[in-house]
Structures are given as C-alpha cells and as structure tokens.
Design a protein around this ligand. Structure first.
Ligand SMILES: [Zn+2]
Length: 118
C-alpha cells in the first residue's frame, strides 16, 4: 500500500467495541467533514430540517454545526457507521439534547474533544 494507510474493517472493529478507535480514524474524520459540507455547516436540528422524533427544537434558529451524529447508533448498526445517509450535522447543544446528556456530565469530563464529539 502507498501512504502507509492501514485498511480497517470498521463494522467488525465497532462490533468488537473499538468505537473510540473508529471516532479517531481518518475514515471517520473525512466522512464527517463531507456530511458537514453537505449540510453547509448548519445545525439541521435547529433549522427544523431533522429531528429524532422524540426531541424537537423550541425555536427555529440558524446555528453552526460542529458535531456529526449517527442517526442509527453505530452499536446498533456498525455497518452504517460510514454511511453518509446515517449522519446528520448538529450543533453541540442539539447533540446534547438528542443524546439526552446532562450538562454536568460533560462539564465533568476532563478533556473535551473539539471536533469529534459524538
Ligand atoms: Zn450522537
């Protein structure tokens, strides 16, 4: 192989529980960037263009997207981990709402990853 790039069978790796490795991979970083570009770096949740059927924006607003979320979680469907149609661009705030995370949970974390918040 050229460019000493290792081939990864991500569905298999993910089903073995190697999700962190996946989220740090070049394959993922490239694809999430593509999704962001398709969504013009705008949060699709707050634009009112996408929701998970459980959570809805209280107000439609234009917010920058910095997070790419798997619509069907990769643990459920590892085979859709790199399917661009299973991805959606969200703002950090929208993602917290969708994932039902409490503020104290993420504030407690020592290091917040800047780009790979999933
Ligand atoms: Zn997510």
């Amino acid at each position: 192989m050229g460019r000493n790039k290792k081939y990864h069978n991500w569905p298999e790796e993910i089903s073995k529980g190697h999700t962190n490795k996946f989220y740090h991979s070049t394959d993922w970083k490239k694809l999430r960037e593509e999704r962001l570009k398709l969504d013009k770096y705008k949060c699709q949740f707050f634009l009112g263009k996408w929701n998970d059927g459980k959570h809805f924006p209280d107000k439609i607003k234009l917010v920058e997207a910095n997070t790419v979320h798997h619509i069907i979680p990769i643990k459920e469907r590892p085979d859709l981990a790199l399917d661009i149609n299973n991805l959606i661009s969200l703002s950090f705030e929208a993602h917290e709402i969708i994932e039902e995370r409490q503020r104290w949970t993420w504030r407690k974390k020592k290091k917040l990853l800047t780009k790979e918040r999933w």
